[in-house]
Design a protein around this ligand. Structure first.
Ligand SMILES: NC(=O)c1ccc[n+]([C@@H]2O[C@H](COP(=O)([O-])OP(=O)(O)OC[C@H]3O[C@@H](n4cnc5c(N)ncnc54)[C@H](O)[C@@H]3O)[C@@H](O)[C@H]2O)c1
Length: 288
């Protein structure tokens, strides 16, 4: 979409991190902005912050894992602003740990938000975009959607699915000569609230098996968060990349060239039927 001024952006997970940065970037481009999020205090603060900079903003409390909630979002956007133009399916949560320690509740939570959240977003918004033959869908995937690092099994599964959905959608719309564009956003580490995702985990999907972390685990987590604060990209940098991708109708957005090299190595292993490289973690690869 070349012209964004006066158009409508809808952003799930818009109360924090990259979603909030997209909201500010979209508002700066003159768009009306609807942000949807499950975390109400953060949502209210985000709406206030956007109003302070003069944005025309709608905040909707929404659980993307719930189809009814996402359809209610679509109805609220339509009432407030009319048709949506740029739809950012961005809400997401993360957890880490080896697959043999993942509970069914872990899987249900992460699949519900990261995968069904995208499905529900498409179900609610895509038919309108296609019918009007105008708009852009941004799917927030991850470098984890192209890799299989240890301790990220459920998260990677959802992000591989996100990449596949975005790519299928792009290919379908392009083949049909449609004016609906698609971007697959595949960030490396970005300094956001994702590393504290459990704050939004529903009680019904609480992990009854979770044990209190050891001192060693607490220290490792603190070191990791310190690394994120100092090394990771700022969400605003990613928001600029997404804005440019929407305007230029660019499909792939990677935020970090190092990860693209690692993904190339995986593709080479596949091409040469080499067993996957063992042992490297996403943090080691992110730091080079
Ligand atoms: N930060 C990173 O390093 C990184 C890297 C790659 C991909 N991502 C992806 O970026 C996206 C945005 O995350 P972020 O990094 O900005 O983290 P964040 O935690 O700052 O933002 C995620 C937002 O999603 C919301 N959310 C969580 N569950 C929800 C639900 N059920 N319904 C509606 N909203 C819900 C949260 O309240 C939060 O506002 C996610 O899809 C994440 O997987 C993040």
């Amino acid at each position: 979409m070349k012209e964004l001024d006066g158009r409508v952006a809808v952003i799930t997970g818009g109360a924090s991190g990259m979603g909030l940065a997209f909201a500010h970037r979209s508002a700066a481009a003159g768009m009306k902005v609807a942000i949807a999020d499950i975390e109400e205090p953060a949502l209210d603060a985000a709406v206030d912050g956007l109003r302070e900079v003069g944005a025309d903003v709608l905040g909707v409390r929404c659980d993307v894992a719930d189809a009814h909630s996402v359809h209610a979002l679509a109805a609220a956007v339509d009432d407030a602003f009319g048709a949506a133009h740029v739809v950012c399916l961005n809400a997401g949560v993360a957890l880490s740990g080896p697959l043999h320690e993942q509970s069914l509740a872990d899987w249900q939570w992460i699949l519900g938000v990261n995968l069904m959240g995208i499905v529900h977003g498409l179900d609610a918004f895509l038919p309108g975009l296609v019918e009007r033959d105008e708009g852009h869908v941004v799917v927030t995937a991850s470098v984890a959607g192209h890799t299989a690092y240890p301790n990220l099994g459920p998260y990677s599964a959802t992000k591989h699915a996100a990449v596949a959905i975005a790519e299928c959608l792009h290919n379908e719309q392009a083949a049909a000569g449609s004016q609906v564009g698609v971007t697959a956003l595949c960030p490396g580490f970005v300094a956001t609230g994702i590393f504290d995702s459990a704050r939004n985990r529903p009680e019904v999907l609480a992990d009854a098996l979770a044990e209190a972390p050891s001192d060693e685990e607490v220290a490792a987590r603190e070191a990791f968060l310190e690394m994120i604060t100092t090394e990771a990209l700022r969400p605003e940098q990613v928001a600029d990349m997404v804005h440019d991708a929407v305007v230029s109708n660019t499909f792939w957005v990677f935020t970090d060239a190092r990860h693209v090299d690692n993904i190339g190595n995986r593709h080479e292993e596949i091409r040469t039927r080499t067993n996957p490289t063992e042992g490297r973690t996403i943090t080691q690869d992110a730091l080079g």
